[in-house]
Design a protein around this ligand. Structure first.
Ligand code: ATP
Ligand code: MG
Ligand code: FE
Length: 352
């Protein structure tokens, strides 16, 4: 099926077009720059930016895919989770398109979309079908989730998630502590070059035996952020220069260590020798390196989609809907809205 997907859950306005698993176009307009001076995404600003970016993004995606609106078999849209006001812009636009074109509309889960990003094949990336079951680790500015995926379209189980900050958010906050601009992830990656990851032993959240009993697959990054803040304060009070490279490398190591340790623990516990990675934080070189190294040692194969498909985009939303259609699922009825806390187990919203 030829599907156009609309993604507006955070600060990217993503329009993607797929034919089945084949990626035809993927247009992304980001309002990231507008949020930079606030140090994080401002919901009201993001919603307004989506409204302005949607129409030109749709036109560009259609032109690049060399298809017209009439050719489409279906429209897909992110219903949640995400920022309510931002989601509403995409949901409204999708409903308008579906009704005016008289096409079926599939309202889908953003997080499951991140998994679907991994099955798309393009000119420069040939993708194999997913093998089930697989453990999935999704890490972005808004989410840190560990999933057990038995089937992308029917059975996704939430094993654990962050109890406070998302991993990307931790990068953004620690970058700010180090006087680095937003978004912090790439900045910390760069600042860590030449730094010693063992210079400072920062805490690994929810990793003590007493925490593991209840939070084996959960994450916590706010204590780590506070530990970095205290360390910098103490160094400043002592009149020392801040060794930015060592702090950045040690902080990054703490995040990466806990992400990879818990993901591989899930693989082992569940007897699943496959790990899929997704979300914007996968752009982190150290995370990919450590995940690949330790997975290999554990006999686990790792899948990482191309980085352009790791960050929020419309193609993954279209790709998920195409899978639902191929699986024979009916479209969503139009009564659905934006659901900022949509659980990952709800793959499609209001199916007929
Ligand atoms: P959502 O949570 O809904 O997916 P988002 O826009 O916050 O939304 P992404 O666009 O997927 O998420 O990712 C952005 C996040 O990824 C930011 O927090 C950013 O700091 C982080 N990030 C980007 N590159 C890197 C990197 N090299 N290392 C670590 N974090 C990174
Ligand atoms: Mg983003
Ligand atoms: Fe996302």
């Amino acid at each position: 099926p030829l599907v156009l997907g609309i993604e507006t859950s955070c600060d990217e306005t993503g329009i993607g077009i797929v034919r089945g698993r084949r990626l035809l176009s993927n247009t992304i307009a980001s309002s990231m720059d507008e949020h930079a001076r606030y140090g994080g995404v401002v919901p009201e600003v993001a919603a307004r930016a989506h409204l302005e970016a949607l129409q030109p993004a749709i036109e560009q995606a259609l032109a690049e895919a060399q298809v017209g609106l009439d050719d489409l078999d279906a429209i897909a849209v992110t219903s949640g989770p995400g920022l309510a006001g931002a989601l509403m812009v995409g949901v409204g636009a999708a409903k308008g398109l579906a009704v005016s074109l008289d096409k079926p509309l599939y309202a889908v889960n953003h997080l499951v979309g991140h998994i679907a990003a991994d099955i798309l094949t393009s000119a420069d990336h040939e993708s194999e079908p997913l093998e089930y079951p697989t453990i999935a680790l999704l890490v972005s500015g808004g989410h840190t989730s560990l999933l057990h995926v038995r089937d992308l379209t029917t059975d996704v189980e939430l094993l654990g998630e962050t109890v406070d900050d998302a991993a990307g958010e931790a990068f953004d906050k620690v970058a700010r502590l180090l006087g680095l601009p937003y978004p912090g992830g790439p900045q910390i990656d760069r600042a860590a070059v030449g730094g010693d990851p063992r210079a400072i032993r920062f805490p690994r959240g929810l990793s003590k035996a007493s925490d593991l009993a209840r939070h084996r697959y959960d994450f916590s990054f706010s204590g780590l952020k506070t530990a970095v803040a205290r360390w910098i304060e103490r160094a400043e009070a002592a009149g020392q220069d801040i060794p930015t490279a060592d702090v950045a490398a040690s902080f990054r190591e703490a995040v990466v260590d806990v992400l990879v340790t818990k993901a591989l623990a899930a693989c082992e516990d569940r007897g699943v020798p496959r790990l899929l990675l997704g979300g914007g934080v996968i752009a982190n070189r150290r995370l990919r390196e450590v995940a690949l190294e330790r997975a290999e040692a554990a006999g686990v194969t790792v899948r990482i989609p191309p980085l352009t498909l790791c960050t929020d985009n419309g193609a993954m939303i279209a790709g998920l809907a195409a899978e639902l259609i191929t699986g024979g699922r009916d479209a969503s009825t139009l009564g659905f809205g934006a659901d900022s806390t949509l659980p990952v187990t709800q793959i499609q919203v209001s199916p007929a």
